[in-house]
Ligand binder design. Structure first.
Ligand SMILES: [Zn+2]
Ligand SMILES: [Zn+2]
Length: 319
């Protein structure tokens, strides 16, 4: 299978750091990934480590040696800057700014964060709250040349999730800029499984083209810096976020292949968040991405492949 994607675009995977940080970089190279996404700390806890992991300098050196990047840090799942609860909002600002301050130590260009939920307070209120949260967060973080972008990920739309379509994503960018946030510090991530769950027909080239055109018109495609390339176990529009192996789910190889080859997306880095990263399916899905991009036939997966988890909850770095 060809090891290069069209137009030199880069493909990474979310890999666990718990088994060793250098080992994770070696694994990325071994499976043919160009880039890597990681958790900087426990993704399901508010508590952040006080000192960087001891392996961090070796991690940075190995990334440079093997030419692996860009690195994305996936922020804690708990972060919600769009909700009305004051205590939750304050903790979200703290933990997101902590992940952003940690980013240069990981050589990370992106800190990817879920846009969050307005919790029933409405899209307008949620968007304003998020803009306030971004302003407060970024005021806590040095914006120098090594600073990571805050990369906001589209929502599957369950539980009052904000950022389900271009109108809401554009509204978020406009509100943040109006609040005084520099657009240079912000970007977006398109999670294909979330878009599908939110009702966007990412299985259809024509619908993808329409989405991309609208993104360019309302936001600017240079702001679409990350793509979470996932297939989905769920029905379109179901609001259920359940990732599947590439080409083996409801989205399928036609839509995913259109994204992987789309000339307007060559600048974006694609990251897999597919099931079974700890069980060898990291390599399987990188190979499937290359096959899909090349329009090649995909191998059938064994039944046990469909029982694997994709929640990636055990994968922060050790000491
Ligand atoms: Zn995602
Ligand atoms: Zn997801």
């Amino acid at each position: 299978m060809p090891r290069m994607l069209p137009d030199g675009r880069r493909l990474g995977a979310h890999l666990p750091l718990a088994g060793g940080m250098v080992r994770a970089v070696n694994r990325a190279a071994e499976i043919g990934a160009d880039a890597i996404q990681v958790f900087a700390d426990n993704p399901t806890a508010w508590r952040r480590r006080e000192t960087p992991p001891s392996e961090q300098p070796a991690f940075r050196a190995r990334l440079a040696d093997l030419g692996i990047g860009p690195v994305a840090i996936h922020a804690a799942y708990l972060v919600n800057l769009a909700g009305p609860d004051e205590g939750f909002f304050g903790r979200s600002v703290d933990v997101l700014s902590s992940d952003l301050r940690a980013a240069p130590g990981f050589r990370a260009r992106f800190v990817n964060v879920h846009i969050g939920s307005h919790r029933g307070s409405g899209v307008t209120a949620g968007t304003q709250r998020l803009a306030d949260g971004l302003a407060l967060t970024l005021a806590e973080v040095d914006g120098g040349p090594d600073a990571a972008l805050v990369v906001m990920e589209n929502s599957a739309g369950s539980g009052f999730g904000l950022g389900v379509d271009i109108v809401e994503l554009a509204g978020i960018m406009d509100a943040a800029v109006a609040r005084g946030v520099s657009a240079d510090r912000l970007g977006f991530c398109l999670d294909t499984a979330h878009a599908w769950a939110a009702g966007i027909d990412i299985s259809e080239p024509a619908a993808i083209d329409e989405f991309i055109d609208e993104f360019e018109t309302r936001i600017g495609l240079e702001k679409l810096v990350m793509i979470h390339l996932n297939d989905s176990k769920s029905e379109r529009g179901s609001h259920l976020d359940r990732h599947e192996h590439l080409g083996a789910g409801q989205i399928g190889a036609v839509g995913l292949g259109h994204l992987l080859r789309h000339p307007a997306l060559a600048h974006a880095t694609f990251y897999l968040e597919t099931p079974g990263m700890d069980e060898g399916y990291d390599a399987v899905n990188v190979a499937r991405a290359h096959a899909i991009a090349a329009g090649a036939r995909l191998d059938d997966l064994p039944p046990e492949a469909f029982e694997l988890r994709s929640d990636r909850s055990r994968t922060g770095p050790g000491a």
